[in-house]
Design a protein around this ligand. Structure first.
Ligand SMILES: Nc1ncnc2c1ncn2[C@@H]1O[C@H](COP(=O)(O)OP(=O)(O)OP(=O)(O)O)[C@@H](O)[C@H]1O
Ligand SMILES: [Mg+2]
Length: 165
């Protein structure tokens, strides 16, 4: 299974999806996030951090390009928003994170796609209405197909269960 499309209706629901992603994450995973300002990339990443067991990841606006956090695995939260040129991104030396044993989450990944690993889980976020977000998870590579399959069973299983309550 390559692709999973999910709608969320609140920031909390997006965080909850992030938590599910954090729970199924394995060492070396790379999640590339693409979506406009306010699409919910940071909100999702916060959930991923919680799902990995990072305690109290409250985000404040900052100029930090890479945040390192420790949960069950290391989490590298990378935000390329302030960078526009490929050589600036190349100069960050992201390889140690991207090809390490932790989990890398990259906001504004579209700014540096050619420098990022070809195998990854692509997450496209869109904002069709004020509190609604669509998140499209696309597996690029076999290992990420397995993540998508697990997320489908966790998330869609939950939804069906909730609907039956
Ligand atoms: N369903 C939803 N999922 C996520 N965020 C939502 C949702 N509904 C409303 N929001 C709001 O949208 C905003 C998302 O902000 P967030 O910082 O996560 O976006 P972002 O994609 O990281 O933006 P930026 O490009 O500025 O980093 C928050 O203010 C959040 O409260
Ligand atoms: Mg953000």
């Amino acid at each position: 299974m390559d692709c999973l499309k999910i709608n969320t209706h609140s920031p909390e629901e997006t965080q909850k999806l992030g938590m599910a992603i954090g729970e199924v994450a394995e060492p070396g995973d790379v999640y590339l996030l693409i979506g406009n300002l306010g699409a919910g990339k940071t909100c999702l990443t916060q959930g991923i951090a919680w799902g990995l067991g990072v305690k109290g990841y409250a985000l404040s606006p900052s100029f930090v390009l890479v945040r390192q956090l420790l949960g069950r695995l290391p989490l590298y939260h990378i935000d390329l928003y302030r960078l526009d040129r490929l050589d600036e991104i190349a100069d960050l030396g992201l390889e140690d994170y991207l090809y390490g044993r932790g989990v890398s989450v990259v906001e504004w990944a579209d700014k540096g796609m050619s420098l990022l690993p070809a195998e990854h889980l692509l997450i496209r976020l869109d904002c069709p209405a004020e509190n609604e977000r669509t998140l499209e998870l696309v597996a690029k590579g076999k290992r990420y197909q397995r993540r998508v399959e697990r997320l489908e069973s966790i998330w869609c299983g939950k939804t069906k269960h909730a609907a039956g309550d």
